[in-house]
Design a protein around this ligand. Sequence first.
Ligand SMILES: [Zn+2]
Length: 251
Amino acid sequence: MAPSGLEDLFGNEVSDGPNVEEGDLLRAMVIAGHPDDSDVGAGGITAKLAAAGWEVRIVVATDGSKGSSEENVNQEELISKRIIEQNNASKQLGAKDVRFLNFVDGELEYNRTLIEKITKEIRIFKPYAVYTHDPEAIIINNSFVSHSDHRATGLATVDSVYPTARDRLNFPDHLEEGLETHKVRELFLWGTNQSNLEIDISNFFEKKIDALKEHKSQFDFTEEMQNRFLERWKNEEGKYTEKFRRIVFHR
Ligand SMILES: [Zn+2]
């Protein structure tokens, strides 16, 4: 059953939710291409889960070293700044911690190395749910291009969830290091053209804004910008929401 009140979090479509007696942990992992992506894509649900007693770990694939349009930017300084910004943003949301995989921004490749790193993160943390970019969307809503780092992160994460984190013959070194295989139960994809779930974040949108404001190197967070975000998050009923494509795996 769902001791966490997951039905309450996700609405009536939820089949069961974590089963603590069967060993499920109230843990979610948000895996993002760049510092700030997890907050834009899943900041509301991160805050909502944390408030419900879940542990949420953020994993950032790249170092964010190309996130500047300034001339003569010092990329080492930018990397350090963005680590601090992401840590501060995650604190605003109540996330447990942030892990950085430190791949070069803008050059992320979908390959075995990336899958291995993400698989290892999943096997270490054992999340019930994983949130990431939808790798199938190249163009989102006929309005945005999904950054190639987002697509690589999303695809490597999907492949890590199924099958590599689950199967013991993938990356057997992990098992020799003492890690175990892990089955993720639910996958949530943002930046998607195929959303099937709208999560009400009306009680958490302020925390999401506070998190976004921490990314000072990325946003000059004016009131106008805040209003644009709020407009984007608002549904027809006037509720603030985050939309996901949700996949539930069978036990
Ligand atoms: Zn990004």
